[in-house]
Design a protein around this ligand. Structure first.
Ligand code: ADP
Ligand code: MG
Length: 241
């Protein structure tokens, strides 16, 4: 096995890549300009994906088992949108009953700890306490639907932003809460993402600080997994010898 193939052969979400799969992926990366005698350096992993540095440090190679992430990335490759990662290549490779997806995307910077906190507060702490009309939800009232519930239902979308804006207008408490936690600025990115996701036809629900990174000062989404993607898109397939 080549150095490159060897560095790709890892276990992803319980399934190890076979030598043959890893080697076929290596050959594809070489076609895209990756030297065969350079190992891919491990960068990070989440529940579904492993990310590596490409030799050219501008790009990241991500391998995942989440097809919705791959299809979303393919849409972004065809038409890049503001507020989203730039994508160079997407492919699929079948290994027995598992399909792996390869994504080559621009390397992004981590959010600063302060910005991570800000998003944590926005996504996790603030929203569940407010109902769709901006009134506070008492802890013991399970009948009211919160913004978080609604986000889970409609995803990051124009629909959600509209509801949130209307509530903001009517609710000094919600405005105050947003301000006091320094998370007002989150809505700026939310609007940009909602617009992009609606335009791409992607229903995306997985909003949390690990799926947001930075391109310079721009906040960018780089993991569109766990989403519902409309339309039918056939991803290019790499054959295993
Ligand atoms: N474009 C990128 N630039 C830098 N790091 C990335 C990039 N894409 C993914 N990563 C890193 O890999 C981790 C896992 O990728 P992610 O797409 O979030 O997969 P998962 O679906 O497993 O959460 C991320 O949390 C991040 O640390
Ligand atoms: Mg993630």
């Amino acid at each position: 096995m080549s150095e490159l193939g060897d560095s790709i052969a890892r276990k992803i979400q319980y399934t190890p890549l076979t030598t043959e799969t890893a080697e076929a992926i290596a050959q594809h990366l070489v076609k895209l300009g990756q030297p065969i005698n350079t190992r891919l350096k491990y960068l990070n992993a989440g529940g579904y994906a492993i990310a590596y540095w490409m030799a050219d440090k501008k790009w990241v190679f991500k391998i995942t088992t989440d097809s919705s992430d791959a299809v979303s990335m393919m849409y972004l490759k065809m038409k890049h949108k503001r507020g989203f990662v730039k994508v160079k290549d997407v492919f699929q490779i079948k290994q027995q009953r598992t399909t792996f997806y390869g994504i080559i995307a621009e390397h992004l910077q981590e959010l600063s700890p302060k910005d991570k906190d800000r998003w944590y507060n926005f996504a996790i702490l603030t929203l569940p306490e407010f109902s769709l009309d901006g009134t506070e939800i008492p802890y013991d009232d399970p009948t009211q639907t919160s913004f978080e519930d609604y986000l889970e239902e409609v995803g990051v979308s124009g629909k959600w932003v509209k509801k949130f804006d209307a509530a903001l207008k009517n609710s000094p408490a919600l405005r105050e809460r947003l301000k006091s936690r320094g998370i007002e600025s989150c809505m700026k990115s939310m609007r940009i993402w909602a617009k992009g996701l609606d335009a791409l036809g992607i229903k995306w629900f997985d909003l949390h600080d690990d799926n947001i990174m930075q391109h310079g000062r721009e906040e960018v989404l780089m993991d569109l997994g766990l989403s519902n993607v409309g339309g039918r898109l056939q991803l290019p397939e790499i054959a295993v010898d």
